[in-house]
Design a protein around this ligand. Structure first.
Ligand SMILES: Nc1ncnc2c1ncn2[C@@H]1O[C@H](COP(=O)(O)OP(=O)(O)OP(=O)(O)O)[C@@H](O)[C@H]1O
Ligand SMILES: [Mg+2]
Length: 313
């Protein structure tokens, strides 16, 4: 088991056993996998932007990102931020999926920043700040802008030195705190730091860890404790976010024992029903029965067929 200095034994073993359970489910049907991932992507964009004051709701974020719609009463900036954050996540997934070139570097961090503020604040995109900042709602004062380059350089050195000294979720939490502590950019520090920590998390095979807007108060509290050298709370906080995602993934993806909920081929489903496989396929492609496509074959469940037949009555 990976070492942990701040996470409890119990937390580490739960994380590891749930990850093992998730890995044992693979390969996951491509459609199911991309659907849940899309939902997480929207949820992450919504929450991370909402924490920093973006006014879009979860639903509106979905409309903006997925459907390209505009919400009349909401500022343009909020739309651009949602779109850009979603693009940054696409980029991150490409990176972590390909397993190429995904070590965290200053270059990568600046690239992510560039994506996140590309439309809303082009003038500062990808650039470290050249002035001093304070964090509203926090006692901590980030250091002078003159120290940012050296602090960021040290951060990357710290990361490569300490890679094996921490459990990966713990490492991600510490990295997150260190980055918001430096506050290297004029704006977008929270969002970027939440993305960067997720590179480590995704690379280890975990799903995205989403810090919920509803947990903002606790999030600020655990960060301020970390400012004082108390690292357990931020580590447990991030671990809880990872655990929440693992639980959702497992709930959605775990093959159910209930026979009528198991995905089976349409040929099998047609047996004992009054429909032919060809007709079921037509229903599936028209979206009339709940079905998923695995490579070229459609799969559905007895329950889905029953629901369809009930709807006809
Ligand atoms: N006590 C703290 N110590 C360090 N960082 C903190 C502390 N409290 C909050 N933060 C971080 O600072 C972020 C908010 O600071 P600020 O509003 O300056 O960020 P920002 O640069 O505008 O980033 P974004 O636009 O993504 O929110 C929070 O999202 C959190 O990550
Ligand atoms: Mg901001």
């Amino acid at each position: 088991m990976a070492k942990a200095q701040y996470l409890s034994k119990n937390t580490v073993s739960t994380l590891e056993s749930k990850l093992k359970e998730l890995k044992a489910l693979r390969p996951i049907p491509a459609t199911v996998f991309s659907k849940i991932r899309e939902q997480f992507q929207i949820e992450m964009t919504y929450n991370s932007n909402a924490i920093e004051g973006n006014s879009l709701t979860l639903k509106e974020t979905f409309w903006v990102v997925q459907e390209g719609l505009t919400i009349k009463e909401k500022p343009l900036k909020d739309h651009l931020e949602a779109k850009n954050h979603d693009e940054a996540l696409d980029f991150m997934y490409e990176l972590t999926d390909s397993k190429k070139q995904n070590t965290i570097s200053e270059h990568l961090i600046r690239q992510l920043h560039q994506l996140v503020v590309q439309d809303s604040q082009r003038d500062i995109a990808g650039k470290y700040r050249d002035g001093d900042v304070y964090i509203s709602g926090a006692e901590h004062r980030p250091s002078s802008h003159m120290e940012v380059p050296i602090k960021m350089h040290e951060l990357i050195k710290w990361l490569s030195k300490n890679k094996t000294k921490h459990h990966i979720v713990e490492l991600a939490a510490l990295l997150h705190h260190k980055m918001v502590n430096i506050h290297p950019f004029w704006d977008g520090n929270g969002r970027i730091s939440r993305l960067v920590m997720n590179i480590l998390i995704l690379n280890a095979g975990y799903p995205l860890a989403i810090i919920l807007k509803n947990d903002r108060k606790r999030y600020y509290r655990v960060l301020s404790l970390a400012d004082k050298g108390e690292y357990k709370p931020i580590c447990e906080f991030v671990a809880q976010a990872v655990m929440r995602s693992l639980n959702i993934y497992l709930k959605v993806l775990k093959p159910t024992k209930a026979k009528n909920k198991q995905f089976i081929s349409l040929k099998e489903l047609s047996k004992g029903s009054s429909y032919s496989a060809t007709y079921l396929r037509k229903l599936a492609t028209q979206g009339k029965i709940e079905a998923i496509k695995e490579k070229r074959n459609w799969l559905s469940t007895r329950e889905a067929l029953k629901n369809y037949m009930d709807s006809l009555r």
